[in-house]
Design a protein around this ligand. Structure first.
Ligand SMILES: Nc1ncnc2c1ncn2[C@@H]1O[C@H](COP(=O)(O)OP(=O)(O)OP(=O)(O)O)[C@@H](O)[C@H]1O
Ligand SMILES: [Mg+2]
Length: 288
């Protein structure tokens, strides 16, 4: 304990995950759905976590957020900006979650309440983390956040309800809500899976832009390697809760070491062509 180096703020590692294991007790006995996982995220870095359905991607992110379902066991270490999260009581975790670590999920509708305007929801989320902020100030924060995610006419749109937005725009609203807190880390779990390809490309561009602008770290979770290649610099490949391989994006794409990674890559035909096409389409859409 006494050998811990003093906090200088110079540690380039934002998130250090060691030996993370998540397990459940099922009718068949105990099962580990994430096993002895190790990875690091540098400050301002972007990490993709990829793998097939059921490989443990969401459980990994929920373990980091302290949001695992009831009955889940978690062991190992999750160090965020020098603080060990696994030891934090719920009260301490609530100060981190949503504020210093923001999350974006696949389905923005399930995270937005249909009965309140998006502005109210962004503003109230903000006020719940910033004591003493007035409704009026929070509304200004909401409008600014909506502008930052390129929602046109934000000062008017802030008073609209979730159903008045398209799927892509709702995802922008969620990203605005996350951004308003100025998190140090953003975890996006399949943020574009529910969207059509054109809108997917726009949301990925937005995430890349936000990362560059804010210097926030990003963890992007997806089953789709084409998605991570656009936005992240490192990749962790998961299969059945195990780390299959990890490394820089270029290396994984040009020289995959494992058959499983090759299989995921094969599921992405002509990535460059596809992305080129998406870019062109999305530029055309935005120019309309
Ligand atoms: N409450 C639970 N009890 C038992 N097993 C569970 C429970 N919740 C999830 N699991 C299992 O944990 C494993 C990992 O689930 P996880 O949601 O992390 O997968 P994923 O990689 O996010 O998949 P997807 O791409 O479909 O979102 C799965 O096999 C899932 O069935
Ligand atoms: Mg998942």
């Amino acid at each position: 304990m006494t050998t811990t180096a003093p906090e200088t703020g110079a540690d380039p590692t934002l998130l250090r995950v060691r030996d993370l294991t998540v397990g459940f007790t099922t009718a068949q006995g105990p099962v580990d759905v994430v096993e002895n996982l190790d990875f690091d995220l540098e400050r301002g870095g972007a990490l993709g976590i990829v793998g097939e359905s059921g490989s443990g991607k969401s459980m990994t992110s929920l373990a980091i957020m302290g949001l695992l379902p009831k009955g889940a066991r978690r062991s190992g270490s999750i160090e965020f900006a020098g603080t060990e999260l696994t030891g934090l009581p719920e009260r301490g975790m609530r100060a981190v979650r949503g504020d210093r670590i923001g999350m974006i999920f696949q389905d923005p509708l399930s995270s937005l309440n249909p009965y309140y305007t998006v502005g109210t929801q962004i503003a109230e989320a903000y006020r719940s983390h910033r004591k003493g902020v007035t409704r009026r100030q929070a509304r200004t924060v909401a409008i600014e956040a909506m502008e930052r995610v390129h929602i046109r006419d934000a000062a008017r749109r802030v008073d609209h309800y979730p159903h008045q937005f398209s799927g892509g725009m709702r995802q922008r609203v969620m990203i605005a809500m996350t951004l308003s807190m100025e998190p140090e880390l953003i975890i996006a779990d399949e943020p574009t899976t529910a969207l059509d390809v054109t809108v997917q490309a726009q949301i990925l561009d937005l995430l890349a832009e936000i990362r560059a602008e804010t210097g926030a770290g990003l963890i992007l979770i997806t089953h789709d390697l084409a998605v991570v290649s656009e936005v992240t610099d490192h990749i962790v490949v998961l299969r059945d809760g195990d780390l299959v391989e990890a490394g820089p994006v270029e290396r994984i794409f040009t020289d995959p070491q494992e058959e499983y990674t090759r299989m995921l890559l094969d599921a992405v035909p002509r990535i460059d062509d596809e992305i080129g096409l998406l870019r062109t389409t999305s530029a055309a859409e935005e120019g309309r």
